[in-house]
Design a protein around this ligand. Structure first.
Ligand code: ATP
Length: 326
């Protein structure tokens, strides 16, 4: 294996506890150079800046990044970092694992979320006193990119069902454009897919998650629906995510800094270790990614388990078990 450079940004709260576990796991399966960098509330308190220029550069110049979480400064850290890796796709698998007490054990979903525009365009104004507006941006280019990525992902990962979430009956111009682009991409590659209104889809995902595979979403819908799916598979401690750029990527758990348990040594490291598995896959190490995933699944099935999964084990005990499995 050549020595790729991986930026490591633990951030705040339990990020400090779970990211080192992911680094140990990556170190166990590959020959990587790790570059550590700071971001978040703690560094802001010290320096006045939540995202130091040096951290931005480290992430932008790395082959991939493992990020933990940021507390109150999350928007100031995560959004620019996603830009640093030129991320157009946010991939959020929600898979039930044996032993993890999933509400719906048959769930195996992957949300492919447009990551740059929609209502998260950041264009908000107070146009007159008491009245604020938000501009929802949807472009052909971003819509096409996410559709291409979503269909590729489904084909490469063995998912037959592709669904596109939208609300084009109400947001005719913006979601209409999104949907038209998805249709054009599907047409060009002769791919089948279903179209679903995002509100009805929320209900159907809860009732029958087994009917769905890859779900291609506009930005906000992907954010909300993937958290809903987190509830189906046993909670936030298990959900990884990838912010994929054309040549770079930032890999982070879906959960935040969890201030309520930070410092207690009981955070579940699975979401971050599974994010590291996505990083390995992104760099082309599919075999290593599979073995990391198997190790996490083995520990979820047999224990030890952290309190969020009904166990009494520490982060360290789970980390040791995952490394032993590896
Ligand atoms: P932030 O403001 O940083 O998003 P938050 O507390 O609002 O923090 P999360 O950090 O996502 O949101 O946490 C939501 C809940 O899930 C908390 O009760 C937290 O303890 C729990 N939780 C999140 N991640 C984990 C984890 N890895 N292990 C155990 N519990 C977790």
């Amino acid at each position: 294996m050549s020595e790729e450079r991986i930026a490591v940004v633990p951030g705040d709260g339990i990020g400090q506890e779970v990211v080192p576990v992911a680094v140990d796991v990556l170190d166990a399966v590959g020959d990587f150079e790790f570059v550590h960098a700071d971001a978040g509330d703690a560094v802001k308190a010290e320096t006045g800046e939540a995202l130091p220029e040096e951290t931005f550069e480290t992430v932008a110049n790395a082959d991939a990044t493992v990020f933990g979480a940021a507390g109150d400064t999350a928007a100031d850290v995560v959004l620019p970092l996603r830009e640093a890796v030129d991320s157009f796709a946010n991939v959020r698998p929600a898979r039930a694992h044996p032993g993890a007490n999933a509400l719906k054990p048959e769930t195996d979903l992957v949300f492919v979320r447009e990551n740059t525009e929609g209502v998260y365009s950041g264009i908000e104004d107070e146009i007159t006193e008491g009245v604020s507006t938000l501009t929802r941006v949807v472009t052909d280019r971003a819509s096409r990119d996410i559709a291409e990525f979503g269909f590729d992902y489904a084909a490469e990962n063995g998912y037959d069902d592709v669904t596109v979430a939208h609300k084009a009956n109400v947001m005719r111009e913006t979601d209409g454009r999104f949907l038209e682009n998805v249709r054009a991409v599907a047409d060009a590659r002769d791919a089948e897919f279903d179209e679903a209104l995002m509100d009805a889809l929320a209900m159907h995902l809860v009732q029958r998650p087994e009917n769905y595979g890859v779900v291609i979403c506009p930005n906000l819908a992907g954010d909300v629906l993937s958290d809903l799916a987190a509830g189906l598979v046993g909670g936030l401690g298990l959900l990884p995510s990838a912010n994929v750029g054309h040549a770079n990527g930032l890999f982070e758990p879906v959960h935040g800094s969890a201030p309520d348990i930070a410092g207690d040594g009981i955070a579940n490291p699975s979401a971050t270790v599974l994010s590291a598995a996505m990083l390995l896959e992104h760099l082309g190490y599919d075999r290593e990614a599979a073995s990391v995933r198997d190790a996490v699944e083995g520990v979820l099935a047999d224990g030890p388990r952290t309190p969020d999964l009904g166990g009494g084990a520490s982060t360290e005990a789970v980390a040791t078990a995952i490394l032993d499995e590896l």
